[in-house]
Design a protein around this ligand. Structure first.
Ligand SMILES: Cc1ncc(COP(=O)(O)O)c(C=O)c1O
Length: 420
């Protein structure tokens, strides 16, 4: 009888046939733009109203109806929406804000532009979000807020984090840029903190031609967001004392282009169905990889995650090789895998060289950032491997990916260690 071991073809990197032959272009294409998007954009274009157009308010109404939030304020991108959120919760000179290091810079840099001090805390190995215990350790009498990032579409531990925030009177900003459609214990992601932001940049789950949406139930936050970057709305706020700033606003201009809003409205209508395909495909692959001893980030009980990105953890203890060696062998099989895109922020020159303090206008900063800080985050990040999210893939491609992992794991002791 042929044993499974001898039936396993050789790894491609060792001269065997590549496991993946199914076409990948269409299977992984994103964003998905159809005639519906084109028609929506043309409508706006032909209206001649390219700056202020009701489609932006319609998009805001869509978000409010979808998430049940009291206020939805469209922005030109997620970064400016986060900046508005940080200002509106009251981050000012010297205020500390607890943030993850494993995120895109826009979750953190607006703090600095408000004069605040980012305080990096550990991310968890399982949820990829902020570790509640690490948050608690970093709270001081200067702490003002926490930025939670639902990284790659995985909900952070909001029950624990909100309890800490309420105990210490801190504001919670949800950066939900990766998590359109995710759910946490019955609450949609983006409705749990004091204010939330979704990016609609073109890679995102609900993309547009750049855009961001800020959501809050808090009237004061909404009004300060408008005052900060939406001067054109102030005249309409007839009973607000902020109306007197209509001629200047607070100096920023953050409104969304109607052309982007037109795309975003169409994309939002398809979000649920498109998320369902990614989820089905990524979960199918994840379950198989779990049986091989790898660690996909399946949603924990009570959460529904989405797949902005599909990361798995491949510890050397399981694979027998460093993740770069593992990735190179998978690439030889035809797999579109690689290291995660985000370098850890606390290791970047912006922080290690003190440039952040110049931007924050803090002349003699007491905060020093050590690139070796956050050992759990560093160790976890070093095991991550990024796969495609398979937004339109069929089972043949998914099965070939799993077979590529099987082969490479089977031959891991023979893999060349040279990753140059
Ligand atoms: C976690 C996170 N937050 C915020 C942003 C900023 O969004 P935008 O690119 O729309 O400015 C991004 C964008 O990639 C992101 O990944």
């Amino acid at each position: 009888m042929t044993s499974i071991a001898s039936a396993m073809p050789r790894a491609a990197i060792l001269g065997g046939p590549a496991a993946i032959s199914a076409p990948q272009g269409e299977a992984n294409r994103w964003p998905l733009i159809t005639e519906e998007d084109e028609a929506a954009v043309l409508d706006v274009l032909r209206s001649g109203e390219l700056s202020i157009h009701p489609v932006v308010n319609e998009l805001e109404a869509d978000y409010r109806a979808w998430l049940g939030s009291k206020h939805a304020i469209a922005h030109n991108n997620g970064t400016s929406a986060l900046h508005g959120a940080m200002h509106a919760v009251g981050i000012g000179p010297g205020d500390e804000v607890i943030v993850p290091s494993a995120t895109w810079w826009a979750s953190v840099m607006p703090i600095v532009h408000c004069g605040g001090v980012p305080v990096f805390a550990e991310s968890e190995r399982d949820s990829l979000g902020l570790d509640p215990a690490s948050i608690e350790e970093r709270i001081t009498d200067r702490t003002k807020a926490i930025v939670v990032v639902h990284l790659f579409g995985m909900p952070s531990k909001m029950n624990e984090i909100m309890a800490i925030a309420r105990r210490h009177d801190l504001k919670v900003i949800e950066d939900a840029s990766h998590a359109h459609g995710a759910n946490y214990h019955g609450s949609p992601i983006g409705t749990i903190g004091d204010v939330a932001v979704f990016s609609m940049q073109a890679n995102k789950l609900c993309p547009s031609a750049e855009g961001g949406m800020l959501l809050t139930d808090d009237d004061g936050i909404a009004e300060r967001v408008i005052r900060y970057g939406h001067y054109e709305r102030l005249l309409g706020m007839t009973t607000s004392p902020n109306r007197r700033f209509a001629a200047t606003g607070y100096g920023l201009k953050s409104r969304m282009s109607p052309l982007s809003a037109a795309v975003a409205r169409v994309q939002l209508r398809h979000l649920k169905a498109r998320n369902a395909v990614r989820n089905r495909n990524c979960i199918r692959v994840s379950r198989e990889l779990l049986t091989l001893g790898l660690q996909p980030f399946l949603a924990p009980a009570g959460s529904e995650r989405v797949y902005f990105e599909f990361l798995i953890s491949c510890p050397e203890g399981t694979t027998g090789v460093p993740v770069e060696v593992f990735a190179k062998a998978l690439q030889a099989e035809g797999a579109l895998v690689g290291a995660p895109r985000y370098p850890l922020l606390h290791q970047q020159p912006m922080f290690t060289e003190g440039t952040w303090a110049e931007i924050a206008r803090i002349p003699s900063p007491t905060k020093v950032y050590d690139p070796m800080d956050l050992p759990a985050t560093i160790a976890g990040n070093a095991t991550l491997l990024k796969l495609p999210t398979f937004p339109q893939a069929g089972d043949d491609l998914l099965d070939q990916y799993v077979q590529a992992f099987r082969k490479v794991l089977h031959h891991s002791a023979e893999l060349p260690r040279d990753t140059a």
